[in-house]
Design a protein around this ligand. Structure first.
Ligand code: PEP
Ligand code: MN
Length: 263
């Protein structure tokens, strides 16, 4: 991961997107794939806002085992179809080593969630594939922990890695779900050649705070963002309180794109 080993910025190339130091990629979609029709509508909105990558969880790492756990393979199929119909790439989470081959069949980027950042057998397993991996910072992980986790992927041969700052746990999680460590963006860029993006949705947890965090991440020089959207967040099966409504998403992405041009 170190720049001393690899001085030049690395690029992750997907069929419809490029994630690199000099590009800005928007990944957007609902927290979970909810139905075929819903993910199709969300893909259209995501694309309108300039997203080239569609997000949606089919295997969900829920805090409680009694809440919605995802549609599984059916969800992967709906997500792939919605992305293909809109000329977009797919990012989705793989939670378990035994699902890597299945998820790899449907996705362009495998997301490793914050809760699995140090699931070393999962990291080794995605490291043996040739599918790009987006690694989220664990909620109690230091920057060195994140970089070491990325080594578990790279040491298997897969160096198509994107790092995601998604907020860390601090003493106050009443007003923000996590604490957005925006300085992690330039720190990581100094230390590593991998592209760094931000996840303002999980970082702050409440819809009215998502746009300010997204602008901060953009201004800090991130290579893009991954953001949750929903047309009826009150009915969302997961993470409704942090989902941007379509119009707010469209305003936010327009402003972020303008901000990025000033950087
Ligand atoms: C998600 O992307 O929906 C998710 C569960 O994210 P994190 O792993 O950052 O909590
Ligand atoms: Mn979510």
């Amino acid at each position: 991961a170190s720049r001393s080993f690899h001085p030049d910025n690395s690029t992750v190339q997907l069929p419809h997107s490029k994630i690199s130091a000099d590009t800005f990629t928007i990944m957007a979609g609902p927290c979970s794939v909810e139905s075929e029709d819903h993910i199709r509508r969300m893909a259209e909105i995501a694309r309108l806002g300039g997203a080239s990558v569609l997000r949606g969880g089919a295997f969900k790492p829920r805090t409680s085992p009694y809440t919605f756990q995802g549609l599984g393979e059916k969800g992967l199929r709906y997500l792939r179809k919605a992305a293909d119909e809109n000329g977009m790439d797919v990012i989705t989470e793989v939670m378990d080593e035994t699902h890597v081959a299945l998820v790899a069949e449907y996705t362009d980027v495998m997301q490793i969630g914050a809760r699995n950042m140090q699931n070393f057998s999962l990291l080794k397993s995605v490291g043996k594939t040739s599918v790009p991996v987006a690694l989220k910072r664990g909620m109690a992980a230091s920057i060195d922990d994140l970089l070491n986790a990325s080594e578990y992927i790279a040491s298997g041969g897969n160096t198509d890695i994107i790092l995601i700052e998604r907020g860390i746990r601090t003493f106050d999680h009443k007003y923000t779900r996590n604490t957005f460590d925006v300085a992690a963006v330039p720190v990581l860029q100094k230390l590593t050649h991998y592209p760094v993006i931000v996840d303002p949705s999980h970082a702050v947890g409440f819809r009215d705070l998502v746009a300010p965090a997204a602008y901060a991440g953009t201004a800090a020089g991130a290579s893009g963002m991954i953001v949750e959207i929903h047309d009826h967040p009150e009915k969302a099966v997961s993470d409704g309180p942090q989902a941007l409504k379509p119009n707010d998403y469209l305003t936010m992405t327009k402003r972020a794109a303008a901000l990025r041009k000033c950087m």
